[in-house]
Design a protein around this ligand. Structure first.
Ligand code: NAD
Length: 454
């Protein structure tokens, strides 16, 4: 029987969990259980759904310390960030528990007599496929709106975050009907089965996997959203507070070892900013607390596994061989990879165009603002961009012209507000955005009702 195993990134001989993979039969059975439970849940009144989700939030909150420790151990998330993630997870659940009271439709003027209105309805069973880097927040920011809207959910977590997902869903399940929230541990094949057996699919992960998932869901004919990678630029103008910008950017590029879809991957210094920015970045990298993820001061911990460490070191070697300069990092002690900053690579180089998911960032320069905009918009991705300037005219120009789903002005590329829509453009995203009220729309269908006098 195939199994799923996760190991602690900082201590790879520490096996966190080993469980049998669900297999095709396991996924199909979980979806069937969820489908039965959804009939009961979909018929619950809004107040009952709100009460159950609020109780679930209380259970997650009560397990706060345990969950924080689990995220540190299983995915190597620095404890201060892990704490913020668990707290956000609870806040998201509480937010969606209240969304059930939002209007579920609208009354319209009929063309003739009678009543004309719309009403949102749940879709049925939501299939959720998630990565390992936000082991609680991402499964929850998909599950909470799906449940609030009256759906059941079946989650296929990343193998590396299996224990986090199983514990989170165990806590959620308590106040909910049996079978309403299911976890199917497994690999890509379990994800594929989920994609063709559920009524709506929400994926987060790499472009490679997301493209396959989206294509399959479209073939099956179910709504799908796929949130994928980014190659996120941070542009720094000469008028910016360069030390502050450098500290922000270094935290956004290397916090949690750069293992966030919103991490800064390319730093573009404009004109006279380039040289002092380089110095400020090197100083900020030098001061970045790296090491044990259990230490509250640590911002950059280990990468997820040996393979990720190998990819980072190979990228640094490749940069050197291609004429780039490794300005910082390029070494590793176990899975702790020293933050890598590379300058001098050509814009067309593969490392300048594709996501390297780890503590690897490029330093580039642009002669002027139009060149910086063109560089930022080049490439296949369009998730988030950051711009540092004190000139309002420049800031507004960037907001208009940058081709990303999120634009941050004088703020790090990382960090997302869960009550607003979240999603990118181009290869970064497919389908409607996640989070906020947009998520309630995604997990529902609209029924238009015409009532005429009998
Ligand atoms: P991944 O694509 O390897 O895996 C994500 C999930 O998809 C896992 O559960 C995996 O088992 C499953 N999967 C893989 N192949 C599949 C297939 N063919 N069919 C169905 N399911 C499949 O990604 P990862 O390594 O877990 O996470 C890192 C990636 O996630 C990065 O590219 C990062 O940018 C991205 N990410 C994006 C966002 C966002 O919101 N845009 C957030 C976090 C992470």
């Amino acid at each position: 029987m195939r199994s799923v195993q996760s190991r602690s990134p900082q201590q790879p001989d520490d096996v966190v969990v080993t469980v049998p993979a669900a297999g095709m039969g396991g996924v199909v059975a979980a979806v069937e259980r969820a489908r039965l439970a959804q009939r009961e849940w979909g018929g619950c009144r809004a107040g009952e759904r709100a009460a159950a989700l609020t109780e679930a939030a209380g259970r997650v909150h009560a397990a706060r310390d345990e969950l924080i420790a689990l995220a540190v151990r299983e995915v190597g998330k620095p404890i201060t960030e892990a704490t913020a993630e668990v707290d956000r997870t609870v806040a998201i659940l509480r937010y969606y528990a209240q969304q059930v009271f939002d209007p579920a439709g609208a009354v319209h003027e009929p063309t003739g007599t009678g009543l004309l209105y719309t009403r949102r309805r749940p879709l049925g069973v939501a299939g959720l496929i998630t990565p390992w880097n936000f082991p609680f927040a991402i499964p929850l920011w998909k599950a909470a709106p799906a449940l609030a809207a009256g759906n059941a959910v079946v989650l296929k977590p990343a193998p590396q975050a299996t224990a986090c997902a199983m514990r989170l869903f165990e806590l959620l399940a308590g106040p909910l009907p049996d079978g309403l929230v299911e976890v199917v541990p497994g690999h890509a094949s379990e994800g594929q089965v989920l994609t063709s057996t559920t009524d709506v699919v929400s994926f987060t992960g790499s472009v490679q996997a997301g493209t396959v998932v989206a294509a399959r869901a479209v073939t099956t004919g179910v709504p799908v959203q796929a949130e994928m990678g980014g190659h996120n630029p941070a542009i720094v103008l000469p008028d910016a507070d360069l030390d502050r910008a450098a500290r922000h950017i270094v935290a956004a590029a290397y916090g949690y070892a750069g293992q966030k879809c919103t991490a800064t991957r390319r730093i573009i210094g404009v004109g006279a900013a380039s040289e002092p920015l380089r110095e400020a970045l090197l100083m900020a990298i030098d001061e970045l607390p790296c090491g044990d993820p259990g230490d509250p001061k640590t911002m950059c911990g280990p990468v997820i596994d040996d393979a990720a460490r190998g990819r980072m070191l190979a990228a640094a070697r490749e940069a050197r061989q291609s004429g780039g300069t490794v300005l910082a990092g390029g070494t590793a002690s176990d899975n702790l990879v020293a933050p890598i900053l590379v300058g001098g690579l050509s814009e067309g180089h593969a490392l300048a165009r594709h996501e390297t998911f780890g503590p690897f960032c490029l330093l580039q320069s642009a002669a002027d603002v139009p060149t910086a905009v063109a560089m930022a918009n080049s490439g296949a991705y369009g998730l988030v961009s950051a711009v540092y300037t004190t000139d309002l005219g420049h800031a507004l120009r960037f907001v208009e012209e940058l081709g990303t789903g999120l634009v941050k002005v004088n703020a790090p590329s990382t960090g997302v507000d869960f009550h607003l829509p979240f999603g990118g453009v181009k290869a970064s995203s497919y389908g409607p955005p996640e989070q906020g009220k947009a998520a309630m729309d995604f997990y529902t269908t609209v029924r238009t009702v015409t009532v005429q006098p009998g």
